[in-house]
Structures are given as structure tokens and as C-alpha cells.
Design a protein around this ligand. Structure first.
Ligand SMILES: *Cc1c(COP(=O)(O)O)cnc(C)c1O
Length: 328
């Protein structure tokens, strides 16, 4: 497949490590972790892989300004702000929140990196986001800039190639390590981490299964969203690969109290894993998903697998604003 070109922004390939102690405690398949939390520091986490493709497209189109959106603690927005600073582009972030937000975590880094920030309310974010972003784009164009819009989480056809490539990387690492990962598990927030992994898997007819654990909305919603993202990718490469909503395996039930809202058992699990393995998960995404994965294994639901690879998609900075909720 002739996929679009990309920039080189992340520290790739990322390591794969066994979680021996966790595997032993839970019993069941061997659990491994792919350290996509270590794709970088400022530009860290899973969004880097997607931005490598999206920002390349922006530059090829002669754009000088990136616009994107997300929650106030969005890892994607922070990574975009860092890429923009690194490449000398302007960056506008449309954040769900208000002027009174604590200057903490990712939002603090957005400001440190010099991104221009526009806050909008929860309702505006839900219903009028695209219009608000379009208006911002027009305003910038009238002032002589060339803006490029990256959607939430860079979850579109171009961003999707980030995890298409990641699955290819995993395939290579399987050969080097002499291990076959018969299940790959990723957190689902906006869909293209999962979408990219699945697209490569289908393209190569790999035997392994890809599972997504959603941390907001539900399986029904994400099956639709992921299918749309994959279809958009296929238009880029003019390929036809049959992927139906049945191919999309979403493990529902771990969104808890909703997007970015934590509950005790999730935070306890983050603390537990930090002390057991020296691996720090984040409260919004990987903490919920890994908590869910451990629970599913304990309940015997993934018993047919031998080696499960969980992708640590990053998000460390999101933990700091939750410091007062953690019982240390
Ligand atoms: C954005 C994000 C995810 C979710 O990935 P999507 O591709 O949006 O589904 C998972 N983990 C972290 C840390 C993230 O920032």
C-alpha cells in the first residue's frame, strides 16, 4: 500500500516490555506493553504518530498555522502545540473549558509552548465546534495566514496512518523478539489509534485480534466512527479493503463516570501498577483501559490469547491535575 509521506517527529520504534509481575498476579495470558508513552517528551504519546502524517500534509499544502481542539487537558492539543513550536508554525487551540482553568498539566504546557487558546463551553464544544473552528480559520485567512485544521485527536483519514505504521512496527518487533502478539489492545478516545491498527491488520490478513477499550461514549458510537475514519484512509490510498463494523472489537463498560472523570478504583489501579511495575498510566485513557483489560483477563474473557500487547498511549501530564484525588 502506498501510504502518504510523513515527518519524523517521534522516537520510533518504541520499546515493547513484558509486564511479568502483573501477568503473574492476574494469571492468564502474558501481558506486554508497548511504550508509546515514550515517543517523546513535549511531543509524547500516541498523537505524535498521527501528527507525523497530518502536519506533513499541512506543510505540503503550504500552511503556516495549525488549528485543533480538545478538552482542557488534551494530550493531543499539547502535542500539536509542541510540534508547531518545533517547526515554526503558529498554533491555535480551541479548548473545552474557561479562563479560570488551573494552569496545570497539559494546559500549562500549551501556554508554555506559546499556543493561542480559545475557550468554548461544553455545549458549544458539542454542538457548534466545527462552525467556531471554521470561523477562526476564515479570520486567520483574512489576516493573511494559511491555517490547517486537525480534527479532535487527529482522528481522520490522514491521522489514521500513524497507527497503521505502528502495527507494521509491531509486526517487525514480533520477528525480532520471537513473540507473536495474538491480541493487541488500545484505548479508544477518538478512534484512529484503533482504526490504524485494525486497517494494517486487515490489509495484511494478520491472525491477531485488535481490541479497543472505550473511555467515553459506547461501542455502538465507536464502531461507526472508526469505520468512517478507515474509509477516509482508504480514499487516500485508493485501495479497497473490506472492513465492516463487525470487525471492530470494542470492549465496552470501562468509561466509568465519563470522559476525564475518575473514580477510586481507576486511580487505585494506576497507583498499584506504578508500584508493581514502575509504569505510570494516565487517568483519562490508559488508566481506565488497563484497569478494564486486567478485569477482563481476571474474568476469563480473553482466555483464548497467549500474548497480549497493550499500547501505552501516554498522557502522563494529565495525572498532575488529579493529584488531590489520589490516595497515596
Ligand atoms: C488521545 C489518547 C488516546 C485515544 O486515542 P484515539 O486515537 O483518540 O482513540 C489514548 N491515550 C492517550 C494518552 C491519548 O492522549
Amino acid at each position: 500500500m502506498n501510504i502518504p509521506e510523513k515527518l519524523s517527529l517521534g522516537n520510533l520504534p518504541t520499546k515493547i516490555e513484558p509486564l511479568e509481575k502483573l501477568s503473574k498476579v492476574i494469571g492468564g495470558p502474558n501481558i506486554y506493553i508497548k511504550r508509546d508513552d515514550q515517543t517523546g517528551l513535549e511531543v509524547s504519546g500516541n498523537k505524535v504518530r498521527k501528527l507525523e502524517f497530518a502536519v506533513k500534509e499541512a506543510i505540503d499544502r503550504g500552511c503556516d498555522t495549525l488549528i485543533t481542539c480538545g478538552g482542557v487537558q488534551s494530550n493531543h492539543c499539547r502535542a500539536t502545540a509542541a510540534v508547531a513550536a518545533k517547526l515554526g508554525l503558529k498554533c491555535y487551540l480551541v479548548l473545552r473549558g474557561n479562563e479560570e482553568e488551573d494552569l496545570d498539566g497539559n494546559y500549562f504546557l500549551d501556554r508554555l509552548l506559546g499556543a493561542k487558546i480559545k475557550f468554548i463551553s461544553k455545549e458549544e464544544y458539542q454542538y457548534d465546534r466545527e462552525e467556531i473552528i471554521d470561523n477562526l480559520k476564515k479570520k486567520l485567512e483574512n489576516n493573511g495566514y494559511k491555517p490547517y485544521i486537525i480534527p479532535m485527536g487527529a482522528s481522520n483519514g490522514i491521522g489514521n496512518f500513524g497507527y497503521f505504521n505502528c502495527m507494521k512496527e509491531i509486526e517487525q518487533q514480533e520477528k525480532e523478539l520471537g513473540i507473536e502478539f495474538d491480541a493487541v489492545v488500545a484505548t479508544v478516545g477518538s478512534g484512529s489509534t484503533y482504526g490504524g491498527l485494525l486497517l494494517y491488520n486487515k490489509y495484511k490478513n494478520r491472525d491477531s485480534k485488535v481490541y479497543g477499550i472505550n473511555i467515553c461514549d459506547n461501542a455502538y458510537h465507536f464502531k461507526k466512527v472508526i469505520k468512517e475514519i478507515i474509509d477516509e484512509s482508504l480514499e487516500y490510498v485508493e485501495e479497497q479493503i473490506d472492513i465492516s463494523e463487525e470487525d471492530i472489537n470494542i470492549i465496552d463498560g470501562y468509561a466509568g463516570l465519563g470522559y476525564a472523570i475518575s473514580q477510586d478504583e481507576e486511580l487505585e489501579f494506576i497507583k498499584y501498577l506504578a508500584r508493581l511495575e514502575g509504569v505510570i498510566l494516565d487517568p483519562v485513557y490508559t488508566g481506565k483501559a488497563m484497569y478494564g483489560l486486567a478485569k477482563e483477563i481476571k474474568d476469563g474473557n480473553l482466555g483464548e490469547h497467549k500474548n497480549i500487547l497493550f499500547i501505552h498511549t501516554g498522557g502522563l501530564f494529565g495525572l498532575f491535575p488529579k493529584r488531590n484525588m489520589m490516595k497515596l
